[in-house]
Write a protein that binds this ligand. Sequence first.
Ligand SMILES: [Ca+2]
Length: 86
Amino acid sequence: MDAEDLAEAEDMLSKAKKPNKVIVKIECRDLLDIELISKSDPYAVLYLRGEKEKNWRRIGRTETQKDNLDPQFDTEFKLNYYFEKS
Ligand SMILES: [Ca+2]
């Protein structure tokens, strides 16, 4: 392995370790209307589980949207994401 190979390997390693920031937003369509008088008041809860993890991790929940069966939630989840190397 020469110096150039080493530099390339270090570069790949640093890129592999560095997470990318990903913003996740949630929207839903045609949710069930389970209220009698007005429409449902939905919110969403985001869970993540890594490839090697056994349990789901609760990341957070969105705001509640009143009387909306097609919500586009405003809450943003900023996550670290490690893209697979090709
Ligand atoms: Ca309602």
